[in-house]
Ligand binder design. Structure first.
Ligand SMILES: Nc1nc2c(ncn2[C@@H]2O[C@H](COP(=O)(O)OP(=O)(O)OP(=O)(O)O)[C@@H](O)[C@H]2O)c(=O)[nH]1
Ligand SMILES: [Mg+2]
Length: 321
């Protein structure tokens, strides 16, 4: 009965491309719902992608990612860019919930037609973050965003995954959060193109910067490699945002001149194809829905009736049947 059913994919795509927020929202919901329509959606979007600059923003809980994102949006809007914001919560199966606070921090932009803000959950999805985020990015890209900011809280593997999806990855730190040690532990020193010491109005910001700089200097970089820069900001006052945008632009120019942009995008497409293929394989084997062929084979391996290699062969053979 619902009118929604009457909406066709070409119609939705056309409206999203014209910048209609509701159509964009609907397409991203199709991603979240793992809709069977996605195949058609992605085919329709493909010719219109490749324009958006994707910037990943990560860091420990509370460092100021959402506040910085909002301040960056302001700065990018001043430069006349259309901006998409994707807040990905890697720990929640529900969108909106944990990120409600973000909406409040983003309300400056709520009425701006050239800003599209969306929270997205990823847990509970068959392919997780690796599967949902790139597809949502395609939607925003095709919808005409010049820049898409992807905020993810740095827990577990999520920041490394997001870094793989972004052209430029920004890692936020703040004084008083034991970030120096945390940084080394979580391996964030390998993923940042830009490091932001936020809450520079607080004591200890210069120490964080010094610690970070000396840790970054230990890295052996090949000739011509990008040397990550460090910017100090006070996000809720918008301080340092002009410098941050200048560094983002400088990194962008390096990405293009070095050929790294193309390399990153190909690697991203590779990961995306892999995530879709692996998801399809898992679904086929019933990995998530109750008893499956995989369970049966596992039981056989435990019982010594077969070995893992033979079992894997059997599983793959069943896929090509
Ligand atoms: N003093 C000071 N406070 C800041 C600054 N930037 C953000 N805050 C405050 O820090 C708190 C956390 O900011 P958020 O932007 O929500 O941090 P977040 O990293 O998005 O947090 P999660 O999404 O929960 O991981 C808020 O109360 C902000 O107002 C800053 O530069 N200086
Ligand atoms: Mg946040």
């Amino acid at each position: 009965m619902s009118r929604r059913r009457d909406v066709t994919v070409p119609d939705l795509v056309e409206r999203a491309r014209a910048g209609e927020a509701r159509a964009v929202a609907r397409l991203i919901s199709l991603v979240e719902d793992e809709s069977p329509l996605l195949r058609e959606v992605m085919a329709a979007l493909a010719p219109h992608t490749g324009h958006a600059q994707v910037i990943g923003i990560t860091g420990s809980p509370g460092v100021g990612k959402s506040t910085s994102t909002s301040a960056l949006v302001t700065e990018l809007r001043r430069a006349g860019k259309r901006v998409g914001v994707l807040a990905v919560d890697p720990s929640s199966p529900f969108s909106g919930g944990a990120l409600l606070g973000d909406r409040v921090r983003m309300q400056d932009h709520a009425l701006d037609r050239d800003v599209y803000i969306r929270s997205m959950a990823s847990r509970g999805h068959l392919g997780g973050l690796a599967w949902t985020t790139p597809q949502a990015l395609r939607v925003l890209d095709a919808a005409g965003c010049d820049v898409v900011l992807v905020e993810t809280v740095g827990v577990g593997q999520s920041e490394v995954e997001i870094a793989g999806m972004a052209d430029t990855t920004m890692v936020l730190l703040a004084p008083g959060m034991g970030d120096g040690i945390q940084a080394a532990k979580a391996g964030i020193l390998e993923i940042g193109d830009l490091y932001v010491v936020n809450k520079a109005d607080r004591e200890g910001a210069d120490q964080v910067r010094r610690d970070l700089r000396s840790m970054l200097q230990l890295a052996q970089l090949p000739e011509g490699a990008w040397r990550p820069s460090i910017v100090k900001t006070v996000a809720h006052k918008g301080e340092g945002m002009d410098e941050l945008v200048a560094e983002i632009d400088r990194h962008r120019a390096w990405l293009e001149s070095s050929g790294e942009l193309e390399r990153r995008r190909r690697r991203r497409a590779r990961d995306e194809i892999e995530a879709i293929a692996v998801t399809a394989l898992r679904r086929r084997w019933g990995d998530v829905h109750g008893r499956s062929e995989l369970d049966d084979l596992a039981a056989a391996v435990v019982a010594g009736e077969t070995d893992p290699y033979a079992a894997a062969d059997e599983l793959l053979a069943s896929f090509t049947d």
